[in-house]
Design a protein around this ligand. Structure first.
Ligand code: SME
Length: 159
């Protein structure tokens, strides 16, 4: 595809449905991991205007900051810390409607109010997580979970 996205829908679900085939063709034509993580973060930010969207990759026995869109963020997260750590250890998507109520949440920005973290699983191991933050409370639902899981599934091929 050309390096432009065409997403004209208005609801979140329709936006995901518009975005996913375009993103799929962009990612399937490139094998480089960093390029694909970078374009995925950009496409999600461009489509939904998320406050922060990016990846933490498993390296050196911890989660290390990888391509993202948004303000600068913490660079290293131990496996047992924060929402990202919980996502890693439980190997499942975690939705946090109010980050202040999640014990151990790591506040990279005081403006972040709710969050969803999705594991990227390859050969039964978590190899990275996708973290999306909102500056609004309760901004993520089962819709985000379903489609973000679909998106990270495509990314598994790049790892
Ligand atoms: N809030 C995350 C840390 C990453 S930043 O939000 C970008 C957490 O608690 O794991």
């Amino acid at each position: 595809m050309a390096e432009t996205l065409l997403v004209t829908s208005t609801t979140k679900q329709e936006k995901y449905i518009d975005l996913i085939p375009q993103l799929k063709s962009l990612l399937e034509n490139e094998t480089d991991l960093i390029a694909n993580l970078a374009n995925t973060a950009a496409a999600l930010r461009q489509t939904f205007g998320f406050f922060w969207v990016g990846f933490y990759v498993v390296k050196q026995n911890q989660l290390i900051l990888a391509p993202f869109q948004g303000d600068i963020a913490c660079t290293r997260i131990p496996f047992h810390k924060g929402v990202c750590g919980a996502c890693y250890t439980q190997a499942k998507t975690i939705i946090v409607p109010d980050v202040e109520k999640f014990e151990g949440h790591i506040a990279c920005s005081s403006l972040s109010k709710s969050e969803i973290v999705v594991p990227i699983i390859k050969n039964n191991e978590v190899v990275a997580v996708l973290d999306v933050d909102s500056d609004e409370l309760d901004d993520f639902s089962e819709i985000d979970k379903k489609y973000l899981e679909e998106i990270v599934n495509i990314l598994t091929l790049s790892f």
